[in-house]
Design a protein around this ligand. Structure first.
Ligand SMILES: [Zn+2]
Length: 265
């Protein structure tokens, strides 16, 4: 007989998707209990009892989350750059057409700086900056590319492009992060955003080999469907101008459009 679903204890976290505070503990569906909670108002999945504060999660990412970068990181970064070149074709042509263009580019979770270095090669005048919590990655960005990363965005500047590639699923209060990026973009500025979204390819659901642990990595403290994530972008005031759902999960180029907050979602 199935165990009844239990309310989640020991959390005051509000659902970033709907603001609700009624979480159910759904650990019984996992191989290993991990504190997974399901928002009973909207279905958003998170780990509301696992991370109590931003500082706790910062400490985890500084030292525990990733090993120092190796050649494998460089290979993966180079693969992604091919995708990025295609994704940004129109933007880079527009910027190149503007003489004396000096774009300010910020990457949140810049790892060891490969993407920022790529953009600097295309736009040698660019002002590139970024954030990274993992200390070994930050050191590598400085040594390898001469790019000094910090733990948080420099809010004294505004940006032509803010990039966040597979980072938002690791951050507490993702809806507030998006609102912050909207404020830090210059008029006409762009947000490049990629997150994993789920339930697109549960083709082997219920069959041997289906692995819930793979779909719900406890490091991914926010778990969206595509519809949920696009709603969150709109609520933060972003209009999607380009999207790719195939090659690298859900990847978007967005611009600020306050009208989006008024639309139905
Ligand atoms: Zn919710």
């Amino acid at each position: 007989m199935q165990k009844p679903i239990e309310p989640m204890k020991d959390t005051n976290m509000k659902c970033p998707n709907c603001g609700g505070d009624h979480w159910e503990n759904v650990d019984k569906f996992r191989l290993k209990p991990s504190g997974m909670g399901l928002c009973m108002s909207c279905g958003f999945v998170s780990y509301p009892a696992k991370w109590k504060s931003k500082e706790e999660i910062f400490a985890h990412y500084r030292t525990d989350y990733r090993n120092p970068p190796t050649h494998a990181n460089l290979l993966r970064a180079n693969e992604r750059i091919t995708f990025t070149i295609n994704f940004f074709t129109t933007l880079s042509e527009n910027w190149k057409a503007e003489k004396n263009r000096k774009p300010a580019i910020c990457e949140v979770g810049a790892a060891f700086g490969a993407s920022l270095n790529f953009f600097r090669q295309i736009f040698p005048q660019a002002d590139v900056s970024g954030t990274e919590l993992t200390t070994s990655m930050r050191r590598n960005a400085a040594h390898e590319f001469g790019i000094k990363l910090s733990e948080d965005i420099d809010e004294s500047k505004t940006y032509d492009l803010i990039m966040s590639y597979k980072v938002l699923e690791h951050q507490v209060d993702p809806h507030l992060e998006l609102e912050r990026y909207a404020k830090l973009l210059k008029p006409g500025g762009l947000l490049y955003m990629s997150v994993p979204t789920w339930f697109k390819s549960l083709y082997n659901f219920g069959m041997s080999g289906f692995d819930l642990e793979y779909y719900f990595d406890p490091n991914h403290i926010n778990v969206w469907t595509r519809e949920m994530f696009e709603s969150m972008l709109k609520r933060a005031g972003f209009e999607i101008v380009k999207a790719d759902q195939v090659i690298y999960s859900s990847t978007y180029l967005c611009r600020v459009n306050p009208e989006m907050k008024k639309s139905q979602w």
